[in-house]
Design a binder for this molecule. Structure first.
Ligand code: A2P
Length: 400
């Protein structure tokens, strides 16, 4: 008698080269199937039930990796990896009906995992192709601090800084909207290295100044924050270890006719500074609109308030709103969007319109509700428009 034929399974794996060890997936997993050692974050194939709760929150996409296997990789295998193994050739087994059914099942589960955020994120069709993951913790780029400037008023509680990092002779290509990882020096009390933190790049692809091999970050000093305090205290000439670049979807359309609606709070403005610089340098006189909704507590706490005042209205329409100005009503970005509902609804009917949301997590729901209200009021259906925008790379959210 023949032994029953084994069928392959699709094993969920995390790419150790891209993972920044933020452990968000581990926190999200409702059944503790994700764990880590000093080296890697890994998925236990014996426990993973493909619920996909870990997929959408992963900031790098390293979580979304799959291999068809006859025997699942063990935790020990995964702990030892520096990179993901190639897909093995399973011979005839991988073309079996069961394997195909599993493939379909996982694709639909993955699609559902992204539904809560409006569908699987995609890059704008016209975006340039980003480089990702050129430098890692074991092979970081070493940058030097070229400048570190406070961009909120002294005396306000909000210490936000514009930090310029120069890469010298090293190649570190970034596109507007991408992030980099910063490796804070030193170790945690348990002796493990500090976690890498991600920061959006606040300068255009060709540098803080044209063709300077550098980039800028917007960093808010957080009380007790290891990486933010390290960065905010840096002096000119200090060395910084940088990983990345990261991010393959929150990218700028390379299309002068694209209308770009940018909605942010606080340091969420970083990628939009990059977008604005890019458009100013590469597409002067572009017919597409740049529209910024930017929320802060007060003008003094709004990062880049001074420089923003100098941006001409022809380049960008600005809505700066404040929640804590004495004797003025509290206003959030979504409140101002409602006020501008008619203009926004007009933009939503164009397939040249792109929406980007970046900043506080809570803002995402508020903005979503505002867009739904605006649509309702103007005879549109946000529930239909949003997934179409998302799937075509025209709706992007990055909140933290
Ligand atoms: P507030 O904190 O006054 O309610 P921060 O200075 O902490 O980075 O915050 C940036 C701005 O985002 C503040 O004006 C803050 O208002 C505002 N904010 C807080 N929660 C939300 C939310 N759910 N939606 C939109 N804006 C928000």
């Amino acid at each position: 008698m023949n032994a029953p034929q084994k069928t392959p399974i699709k094993q969920h794996l995390i790419d150790p080269e891209i993972c920044i060890r933020c452990y968000t997936c581990e926190e999200m997993c409702p059944i503790d199937a994700i764990t880590h050692d000093d080296n890697n974050v890994v998925v236990d194939a014996a426990k993973c039930n493909y619920c996909m709760d870990c997929i959408a929150p992963c900031p790098t996409g390293s979580i979304d990796n799959w291999r068809m296997v006859m025997e699942p990789y063990s935790l020990q295998d995964q702990f030892s990896w520096d990179e993901l193994p190639e897909q093995q050739d399973l011979g005839e087994a991988d073309t079996g009906a069961l394997a195909e059914a599993m493939e379909d099942e996982i694709s639909s589960l993955l699609a559902r995992a992204h539904e809560g955020t409006g569908g699987k994120p995609a890059a704008p069709a016209s975006a340039d192709k980003p480089s990702i993951n050129l430098y890692s913790r074991t092979r970081p780029a070493v940058a030097r601090v070229q400048g570190n400037y406070r961009i909120t008023d002294e005396g306000t509680g909000s210490d936000v800084r514009h930090i310029i990092l120069s890469f010298g002779e090293q190649v570190f290509p970034v596109l507007e909207g991408q992030s980099v990882g910063i490796v804070p020096p030193g170790t945690k009390p348990d002796g493990r290295p500090h976690d890498i933190r991600l920061y959006s790049v606040a300068s255009a692809r060709d540098g803080e100044k044209r063709n300077a091999n550098n980039l800028a970050l917007t960093v808010k000093r957080e009380e007790g924050g290891v990486c933010s305090n390290y960065l905010c205290d840096l002096k000119k000439g200090d060395e910084v270890q940088v990983t990345g670049p990261f991010g393959g979807t929150f990218l700028m359309p390379n299309d002068p006719s694209a209308n770009i609606v940018m909605i942010c709070t606080g340091t969420g403005s970083a990628p939009f500074r990059a977008f604005t610089e890019r458009r100013r340098r590469a597409m002067p006189g572009a017919p597409g609109k740049l529209i910024l909704y930017f929320g802060a507590r007060t003008p003094g706490e709004l990062p880049y308030f001074g420089p923003l005042k100098k941006v001409p209205p022809a380049l960008m329409e600005q809505h700066l709103v404040y929640s804590r100005v004495p004797d003025s009503p509290k206003e959030y970005v979504q409140d101002r969007m409602r006020v501008n509902g008619e203009a926004l609804s007009g933009l939503l009917t164009s397939d040249r319109t792109h929406i980007y949301i970046c900043g506080l997590k809570g803002m995402e729901t508020g903005v979503d509700e505002a867009l739904a209200d605006i649509c309702r009021k103007h005879g549109l259906d946000w529930a239909t428009i949003k997934p179409v925008m998302r799937a075509s790379g025209r709706y992007h959210v990055e909140t933290y």
